[in-house]
Design a binder for this molecule. Structure first.
Ligand SMILES: [Zn+2]
Length: 82
């Protein structure tokens, strides 16, 4: 899994995940996923591994499968691997 881009949110006073949005001029900007505040363009950014993201309190919905032989998504796709 790829690293996640985080932004520094001045309101939360910590690095947070952002979600992209378009402003009135169709320019991409990010909002804090926690509080919805617009992230300033000059804000500090960093790439964080999925492990670290979960330590920050975000839940990624990753399921740890004990058996890797069930096909993708734990067999939910219906493809059985032998
Ligand atoms: Zn925030």
């Amino acid at each position: 899994m790829n690293d996640f881009l985080t932004h520094y949110c001045e309101r939360c006073e910590k690095h947070v995940l952002g979600h992209g949005d378009l402003d009135a001029d169709d320019l991409l900007f990010y909002k804090c996923l926690d509080c919805g505040t617009k992230i300033q363009k000059k804000s500090e950014k960093s790439l964080i591994s999925p492990d670290e993201i979960q330590k920050m309190g975000y839940h990624l919905g990753i399921k740890e499968e004990s058996s890797a032989k069930k096909g993708c998504r734990g067999g939910a796709c219906g493809v059985k691997q032998l």
